[in-house]
Every structure is written in structure tokens, then in C-alpha cells.
Design a protein around this ligand. Sequence first.
Ligand code: MV4
Length: 455
Amino acid sequence: MFKRILIANRGEIALRVIRACRELGISPVCVYSVADRDGPWIEQADEAVCIGPAASKESYLRIERLIAAAEVTGADAIHPGYGFLSENASFAGVCRDCNITFIGPSPEAMTLLGDKVNCKRLARQSGTPVFPGTEGGIEDLEEAVKVANEIGYPVIIKASAGGGGRGMRVARSEAELRENVDKARQEALAAFGNGTVYVEKYLENARHFEVQTIGDNHGNAVHLFERDCSSQRRHQKLVEEAPSPGVDPAKRMKVCESAATLIRTANYCGAATVEFLMDKKQDFYMLEVNTRVQVEHPVTEMITGVDIVQTQIRVAAGEPLSIKQQDIKVNGHAIEVRINAEDPDKNFMPQAGLIETFVAPGGPGVRLDSHARAGYRIPPNYDSMIGKLIVHGPTRSAAIARMRQALNEFKIGPLRTTISLHKRIMDNTEFQNADFDIHWVERWLKANASESVQA
Ligand code: MV4
């Protein structure tokens, strides 16, 4: 097992990894930017190294500084968290070249699954359903037009190197397709340095869910069931839950097993999430694979009892998975809300500054993953997420009741947060009935634009 892990991240995920390290008897080391000098998570590390100025590009994204920090502190592994360099194959490669274990997949597996054209090809081979569309990247426009006419409109043009909603264009007619393929290609080239685009059938009003998987270095891979992440705004998730409500058990087994097979086929070591869209008939289609631990991993931990971050560390150290698929069971229901320092009444404007009041909720089945506290000053330089509130209960409605109480107990001020918005979502009948799709939050926000969410 590792002696020391350097955490190449900040905020709540840095704290989450520190907690996992402590439970495994590993010494955690932090890196921080000048803006994070007073970050409360840093106190929990055994050592901390300043790696540069506030701007991420000058600190958390600087590979050579992270490697130097690992070398001077004697860390034998690096946990990248999510965001920043977590899905950067060159970083994983540099770690390997420097004899530091990257806690995540090999650069090869990351590249294979991170490229959506490659990933879709592998999915097709391993029997995971994908949307009908072009076989690979578009070589010429006439080929794309031919495929689109076969599958029917609307279609979506996607960048192979894109992800999380970046580099996509919907085309509702042949004219729109002809107009957009070249634009999409140029955008993709400028944004990702890779102009490969492909076309597939566009599904309206879908539900979004994702299967948590984890593989080891001995050819094993299991799934930890799925999470529903349909409640999002501008590709930022707001609420996540597990299991996905209203999914037929037979369909669930099929999609979860197909995700585990895909990961096994890729010889994948580490945690991965396989994303799907689901239509009204509960037919599902793979979208992409995320090769990192995700923000919403706690809902899966709550329903399965598996510590995903500890498991990531164990498999990276070469241990075989100790959990068997048949022993992994779904227990109850978990919901997570993201607590962002944003004003939902002012178009989600980020709120930097001093937290004066911070009263955390508690009680049975309530988990708070947050680095924030009273006296903490939120720097303006990073993501606005200051924590995640997760509840677990025997049923979905019990979990919602628990979440409503937890949100009522939770007081953060004077800056505005998404707590007030989440109270309204939990009170919403459509949410309570799980009568939602990937557009419902945005639709609902628009319909209620004049109403204040200030409680
Ligand atoms: C789609 C789609 C409909 N049809 N692909 C957006 C994020 C990226 N992971 C893929 N995305 C989508 N791909 C097909 N063929 C609709 C979306 C989409 C979406 C997906 C998941 C969660 C929220 C979304 C919001 C808008 C569009």
C-alpha cells in the first residue's frame, strides 16, 4: 500500500481523499495555490506545498509543479480528484514516467475511453447500446447526410474530444446539418485541438443516468448500480440520486452489467462512470465514459456501502477488488444536492467572500461533504461548489423528507447559496413524482423566473 498520497486538488474532494487516506493509514499531502492558503482542508494534511498563484493554470494545472511537490514530500502516489488534471492522459503518463502512481486509469485506457468515437466503437463491440449514427468520425459531409437521412432527424453533431455538453450542435433538417458540420469541426479543433466530429440520433426529453463501475489490475470489474442525474442546469448537475427512480429492475441489471463489461473490455483499472440517456420506453443508449471519481459518488456509497475513494486507492496500489458483484446490493435511496455559493435569484451569480454563519445539518442518514465553515473566505477563482449534502433513507420519499429537514437546518450566510433552490425542488410535485427529464429544471426555472426563491 502507498505510504503517502499527494492530492492534486482542493476543496471538498481534497478533504474527501484525506479522509480515505486516514482510514487506510496513508499520509495525505496537499498542494495549494496562494488563494487557498487558508483552506480548512489543508489543516487535515500531514504536509502542504504551495504550488503557485491563484489562477488554476499557474497552480493546480501545472504538471511539473505537482510532480516536484510529490518528489519533495516523498509521495508515492497522486490522487487527482475530479476536474483539473483528473482526465488528462499526459499527466497520468508523466506520473508513470516519474515512478509515481496516478490513482486512476492508465493513460492508454483514459485515451481509449475519453475519445468518444473510440469509446463508442468499443461499446458497440462489447454489446453496450449506443445511438445509431456515423460509424466513426465524419470523413465527408455527404456521408453524414446519408447517415442522417437513414436514421431520421433530429440528429446531433458531437466532438469526439468533447464531453459534458461541450462541442455539440443539434440539426433538425438536412439544411441545418449541412450548415453545422463544418462549424462543429472548426469549433472542436479550436477548443480541443481535435476536429473529429460524429453524428448520431438526437433523443428529445431523455432521462440521464450513469452507472458507477470500478475495475482492478487483475481483469476484474464490477458495477455499483446507477445514479439519476437528470436535474441539471447548463450541464451543471444540481440534484443526483440513486437508484434511478422508475427504472424497471430487469432493464437496470442489463444496463449496469453492460457498463461493467465495457470497463472490463477496456482493461480498465480504477473508478469509471458510464453515462446513458434513457427514453420513455426505458431503452438506453451510452453517451460517454468519465474516467475519474465523480462529484456525485457519495449517493452510490450510501446505497451500496462501498467506499469508492478507498477502493480507487486500493486498486491503484495493485490490490484485486475485494467485492464480488453478487455481494453488491442496493439498500434504500440516497439523494445529493450541490451546495453552490451562487445566487439562484440572480442568474446563479457566483458569491465569493466571507462565510459568517455556517450551521450544518445532522441526524440519522445525513452526510455533509464540505470544506467550508464559519470564518472561511470563498476565493473567487474556482468552482462555486462549497459542499454536498447527501441523505439516505429506506425509500425515495423518506429520503426526500430527510433532505427537506436537513435543508431547513442548514444555515449559510450572509452570501447566497443554492440551499433555497433545493428546498423548492424538494417541495416540487414533479420532482417528488420523479416526473422529470434532462430539461425540467431549466423549464421550471424559466416558468418561475419572476418568483423569488429567497425563503
Ligand atoms: C445527447 C442528447 C440527446 N441525444 N445525445 C449533453 C452532455 C453530454 N454528456 C451529452 N449530452 C447530450 N447528448 C443524444 N444523442 C442530449 C444531451 C443533453 C444532456 C445529456 C445529459 C444531461 C443533460 C443534458 C442536457 C442537454 C443535452
